[in-house]
Ligand binder design. Sequence first.
Ligand code: PHE
Length: 378
Amino acid sequence: DAGSGGTSNGTATGTPIVVGEFGSLSGSESTFGTSTDNGLKLAVNQINAAGGIDGHPLTVKVYDDEGKPDSALTVVQRLINQDKPIAIVGEVASKLSIQAAPACNAAKVPMISPSSTNPKVTQIGPYIFRVCFIDPFQGTAAAKFAVNTLKAKRAAIMTDQQNDYSTGLTKFFTQSFTQQGGTIVANPSYTKDDLDFHSQLANIKALNPDVIYVPGYYGQVGPIAKQARQLGITVPLLGGDGWDSPKLVEGAGGAGQALEGSYFTNHSSMENPDPAIQNFVKAFKAANSNGEPDALAALGYDAGQVLADSIKRAGKPADGDYTSEAYRTKLRDAIAATKDFPGATGKITIGADRNAVKPAVVLQVKGAAFKYVTTVNP
Ligand code: PHE
């Protein structure tokens, strides 16, 4: 019957359970959305091939928010009201998660952000989770790397002023860098629509920093790097997870060009020999015509796996309804209780503040690849 699950040959054949997803499948951060979606779908396909949730397959209903805050809220409201998802996965960009999370929290629909790192996201309420670390840690990791490895004493920072992620990392990097005795010599800002960064960079050049921290998204980081080199700035650039895109290097003039040798902090390295990571890389390539996964894909995958594991731990709803308020509350508690889950980005434990506590890695741009440099533990 339609209400109960069933399995045949290991494949789930029961009534589907809808998982909502919102992301930037188009727009200037489109690789964030598509990578995450590919990762989440891989998780869901594996879960369904193994019998689904008590015989019910998971099905992903995804909406494109085009990277725009207004659209993020609109599509999440549509998901909640029309699609009745068990939970919602998204967004990548903190700014968009912050826009949409209040609607999820008010409707008591658990939301799991795969990769939003700004602290404000999960502070919105008890139904909002993430499977990644947060920016006070990421900004500190970058500042420690700048001081200890790059031997930087003077840093400049370029901030995307309208992006919570960028302003947050600027603050946390500054705190840590100055605490370690360093000086921030300049902190000019830009916006997402800017194409010309020469005037900010000329000011920075005159102040002679040892490193330039650029906590932005790949679409602007490439051109910033290119223009910095055109002005004769040779010091390394340092960034955060927002650099992680197959389009990063292209925007900087190509492999071996403006970003060669620069560094950024990220969630995981695909070179990590940990079997959980290598199994993911292998499965992702097989499912995506040999395309390499990035950290976004791994985090999308982990969001799906943690959700499925939490649904299993929450147990079967007595009335068969996986979307009732009573069931979603049970599911919320199960997500909150996630402990040592072996994800494709490492072990995931959800803390009291609904954030995951995990190490960060530093990667270096070498040609078109991002090479593992070191791990920074919390
Ligand atoms: N952490 C970024 C944010 O909060 C999003 C991001 C995550 C981008 C991972 C790239 C890789 O806005």
